[in-house]
Design a protein around this ligand. Structure first.
Ligand code: RIB
Length: 308
């Protein structure tokens, strides 16, 4: 039977974010009083999927969640955001992913993820969604889901001529086979350096070159308030400056970037134009609390692009 067509497929992680606001990073062994606590939807994959949907793309998920209240929170979120959950598996007796997040006074954060049922996502789950993947325009993933699942999805995407985006977060060793299938990689600066194996004083260009040599087609580095930079082989680098914003919290800014990029590519923008949309959307995302709080609509992003 034919799957319903979507523009963007996300091989997705799902977490509930447990967010405490503290004055500064904790020292080892230290206890600090938090000024507030809240739970909110998270997971790099789900966040990017929501970003793409808010940018006007039709989005389908491939994910594995727990059969618990946190899993049901994900299903309710995706229903509200118009995201296709047909290939979300609820694993009986398992817990959903959880991210413990500390947000500091300057809006920066630290995150510890316990992926729960998401760890069980595998190539068979992707094969079950073959119809959806083979008919889409863009497939995206992060390193928060098992790489075997991402490799299976990217292989299907390549066979079907779809673009592949990888947000390499959290940074960790990547299979050589996966690099070869990545059209656009969206690391932040520290992920770029970790993945390249070069020291932090190496230039962005030098670090990107290492990943291009592994088979990645384009390395699009997010630079926080400084904007982003695009590196490809044989083409001059492209730098975009940031959109100045008052930062409330930066949770999900990278996911907003990747999801907005996916949506722009799916509606036919070229990579340099799509990067402008993603840069503007990510800047707006930090102006409100929680991963999804500031994630903008297509219209709000367009207004920001016109005013910048
Ligand atoms: O990128 C931000 C996300 O990382 C959070 O929502 C948290 O769940 C972790 O996955």
């Amino acid at each position: 039977m034919m799957d319903k067509t979507v523009d963007v497929v996300c091989v997705a992680s799902w977490n509930v974010d447990l967010v405490s606001h503290v004055p500064q990073p904790l020292k080892r062994g230290e206890t600090l009083m938090a000024s507030s606590f809240a739970t909110s939807p998270g997971g790099k994959g789900s966040n990017a999927a929501v970003a793409a949907a808010r940018q006007g793309a039709s989005v389908g998920l491939i994910a594995r969640i727990g059969d618990d209240d946190f899993g049901r929170m994900g299903l309710a979120l995706w229903a509200r955001e118009g995201i296709d959950p047909r290939h979300v598996v609820q694993a009986a007796g398992e817990r959903s992913g959880v991210a413990q997040i500390l947000v500091y006074e300057d809006g920066d954060n630290s995150i510890a993820v316990a992926p729960g049922a998401g760890l069980g996502l595998n190539a068979e789950h992707v094969q079950a969604a073959q119809g959806m993947v083979s008919a889409c325009k863009v497939v995206m993933a992060s390193l928060e889901v098992p790489q075997r699942a991402t490799e299976a999805a990217f292989a299907l995407a390549k066979q079907a001529g779809a673009l592949t985006l990888l947000n390499p977060a959290p940074a960790q060793p990547v299979d050589a086979a996966l690099w070869d299938m990545v059209d656009v990689l969206t690391p932040n600066e520290s992920e770029l350096h970790a993945l390249s194996g070069l020291p932090a004083h190496a230039s962005l260009q030098e670090a990107a070159q290492v990943l291009l040599a592994q088979g990645v087609q384009a390395v699009l580095v997010t630079l926080g308030e400084k904007g982003c930079a695009l590196f490809r082989s044989g083409v001059p680098a492209v730098f975009l400056s940031g959109h100045p914003q008052k930062v409330i919290d930066t949770i999900g800014a990278g996911d907003t970037f990747t999801g907005s990029l996916a949506a722009a590519l799916a509606r036919g923008e070229d990579l340099e134009q799509a990067m402008r949309w993603a840069n503007a959307a990510a800047a707006l995302s930090v102006t409100q609390a929680t991963a999804l709080g500031g994630m903008p609509s297509l219209q709000a992003t367009q207004a920001a692009l016109q005013n910048n």
